[in-house]
Design a protein. Structure first.
Length: 409
């Protein structure tokens, strides 16, 4: 067959438009596919919701609950608390909330004007039970379905209760320093112990007749002690270590926290090693009577003998940090994280320990938002990494500034 140049041009034009048509159809199909996928993923994201399960109704568990119910994706909240409601609400020790965390909690609707407590230098002092009672009262006012199971200890038997809940779940283990929930759910119980480069000792004075009204703390610095009555005069030296003292708590239970920067001066060595209990008792007795609030009555030696518990010697103040604080269990589409004392805590009472746990909750809302819509393995992993890195930063911050802020300044 012979082709002239017109035929060839015609043929080429026809195949060109045929190819263009093919490309057009293919591109349209891809565009429709991408568009549909986008719409579906948008609908799925918009419909995605989360059930939050909290183990432990202490200050960190209940604050987490308050944050969770304000995340629009959280449609259901279940709290397991082993103690009954009145025991939780009657917890008597005092908590001190730092100014930055007062603002953070105000952002979640905590109405400090309706809480019994005292202000000093922007810090809010209240009884822990007052704070817990307030949150228990406001939780049902939010949209999410809330179920607080008081008197219910979380144990291995409860895992089935969680497994049968439909959809994606987040379990927050807020069961305190000795809690086992994380371990039950598969997180490692290993801890890393960090030195704060300080030594400390604690005392608690209990009176049955006083009230539980919170009192702002007292801080005193550069205190020296004369231990010549207890240790040999060889231990006396010119460059003595000086201590910081903090008196806090309510008038029924007063705590004394004594701390000193790590050193091997003779006085520190003596207070770390001499096991004469009367030495530490007299130090705390003298500290209390010298620096107490003016309206408080002094305490006697015999009162101390019967009513004061104290560390028999100085010990190293350490921060313990759980090495695994977040995980994802794909079988039941469940995220597990630890918060509060269950995640990290000092072996010392600073009177401001609640702040350590509260600070970590600043990443809870973004974490909830991320995990609710995380579909791919990559998104799930990056959400977990986000939470773990934040938890790590909290520890690093506290190792660098925590004790300084809480005790030495
Ligand atoms: C005697 C004492 C005095 C303190 N004084 C102060 C102070 O003056 N200032 C301060 O800031 N901090 C103080 N603290 C520290 C403070 O308690 C903690 O920093 C803070 O309570 C940490 O809160 P959390 O919610 O992580 O843990 P926690 O308060 O320990 O709460 C854990 C909760 O989990 C519950 N729980 C445990 N296991 C289970 C389970 N298996 N199932 C269900 N529920 C469970 C417990 O009953 C508890 O309600 C004090 C602590 C103690 C013990």
């Amino acid at each position: 067959m012979r082709c002239n140049s017109d035929d060839l041009a015609h043929y080429m034009q026809a195949s060109y438009s045929h190819a263009s048509m093919h490309i057009f159809i293919t591109l349209s199909a891809v565009a429709v596919f991408i568009g549909t996928r986008h719409v579906f993923s948008k609908i799925r994201n918009e419909m995605a919701n989360l059930t939050v399960i909290i183990i432990g109704a202490g200050p960190i568990g209940l604050t987490s609950a308050l944050i969770a119910v304000q995340c629009k994706r959280v449609h259901r909240l279940v709290i397991f608390e082993e103690e009954n409601r009145s025991r939780v609400e009657n917890r008597s020790y005092q908590i001190t909330i730092q100014p930055s965390l007062v603002s953070f909690l105000r952002g979640y609707g905590v109405d400090f004007d309706n809480l019994e407590g005292e202000w000093q230098d922007g810090c809010f002092y209240t009884r822990v039970g007052v704070y817990l009672e307030y949150i228990i009262h406001v939780l049902p006012l939010y949209r999410a379905e809330t179920d607080i199971k008081f008197g219910t200890k979380f144990s291995r038997d409860c895992i089935d209760t969680i497994d049968v809940m439909s959809g994606r779940k987040l379990v927050l283990c807020c069961d305190g320093r000795t809690g086992l929930a994380g371990q039950i759910l598969g997180l490692s119980d290993e801890c890393a112990y960090h030195s704060t480069a300080s030594f400390g000792a604690l005392a608690a004075i209990e009176r049955s007749s006083q009230t539980l009204v919170p009192k702002p703390e007292i801080r005193v610095h550069n205190i020296g002690f004369d231990l010549s009555a207890y240790v040999s005069s060889e231990l006396e030296e010119k460059s003595k270590s000086t201590f910081s003292l903090k008196i806090f708590g309510n008038s029924r239970c007063r705590f004394l926290a004594l701390a000193v920067k790590k050193s091997d001066t003779k006085i520190v060595k003596a207070m770390k090693t001499v096991l004469d209990k009367s030495m530490m008792r007299n130090i705390f007795l003298k500290c209390f009577n010298t620096y107490k609030r003016p309206e408080e009555t002094s305490i006697s030696d015999s009162f101390c003998l019967n009513n004061m518990k104290f560390s028999p010697r100085l010990f190293e103040i350490r921060l313990s940090q759980k090495t695994e604080t977040a995980a994802y269990i794909s079988d039941c589409d469940t995220f597990v994280i630890t918060e509060g004392d269950a995640s990290r805590s000092f072996n010392f009472n600073t009177g401001m320990d609640i702040n350590l746990g509260l600070k970590s909750l600043s990443s809870l809302k973004p974490f909830i938002e991320r995990i609710t819509v995380a579909e791919t393995e990559y998104n799930i992993m990056s959400s977990l990494i986000y939470k773990m890195e934040h938890s790590d930063r909290i520890c690093k911050y506290f190792l660098k500034y925590g004790l300084k802020e809480y005790l030495f300044m």
